[in-house]
Write a protein of this length. Structure first.
Lengths: 112, 114
């Protein structure tokens, strides 16, 4: 059982470039979220989704877009990367019954 | 706004010693509370959770946590720490009425010395 799969694991971007971080889950969870993790700041919620076709903003949504066309996939798009977006990004899916979040392994993004 | 606070950024304990990691919450109603662990280079894994009922909660890897309403705390404990427990620990809670969103504390990094 794969759980939550994130790709890529590492990425270096130049300022102004765009890219998509991929997230897929195979647990049929309705809820999915994207977090960024920065030293001393814990995890901060970027965007989340409560089901296919439904997304909403979290704490720090600026500079990021999401969509949810299927239950399984929840990609995160950076339209024009900035150095302030250098971070480790985690995707999570939430078992709404158990209220337990399952996390991917993370994507370490560096913007130069 | 609700929040969870972890006052200790870094803690060092000797292997075999007991451990307590602090977490304070600010909520109006009884919150749901979680502890997650993150090993280096890994995602987060749920250690334990509190919903209601018994205020002492048992989790995986020998961890337990106690919910104390009077102190607004949900501290994580382990009687005897192993070197493999070295990791970062996060206290967390869902937003009331919206379990699709979880807010995390800033984390406590645990170092275990021989």
């Amino acid at each position: 059982n794969a759980g939550v799969t994130q790709t890529p694991k590492f990425q270096v971007l130049k300022t102004g470039q765009s890219m998509t971080l991929q997230c897929a889950q195979d647990m049929n969870h309705e809820y999915m979220s994207w977090y960024r993790q920065d030293p001393g700041m814990g995890l901060r919620l970027i965007h989340y989704s409560v089901g296919a076709g439904i997304t909403d903003q979290g704490e720090v949504p600026n500079g990021y877009n999401v969509s949810r066309s299927t239950t399984e996939d929840f990609p995160l798009r950076l339209l024009s990367a900035a150095p302030s977006q250098t971070s480790v990004y985690f995707c999570a899916s939430l078992d709404s019954g158990a209220v337990e979040a399952f996390f991917g392994q993370g994507t370490r993004l560096t913007v130069v | 706004a609700q929040s969870v606070t972890q006052p200790d950024i870094h803690i060092t304990v000797s292997e075999g010693a007991s451990l307590e990691l602090r977490c304070n919450y600010s909520y109006g109603a009884t919150p749901y509370l979680f502890w997650y662990v993150q090993s280096p280079g890994q995602g987060l894994q749920l250690l334990l959770k509190y919903f209601s009922g018994d205020t002492l909660v048992q989790g995986i890897k020998g961890f337990e946590a106690e919910f104390k309403r009077s102190q607004s705390s949900f501290n994580l404990r382990k009687p005897s720490v192993h070197w493999s427990d070295a990791a970062e620990y996060f206290c967390a809670a869902p937003y009331p009425g919206g379990y699709q969103k979880v807010t995390f504390g800033t984390g406590t990094k645990l170092q275990v010395i021989p």
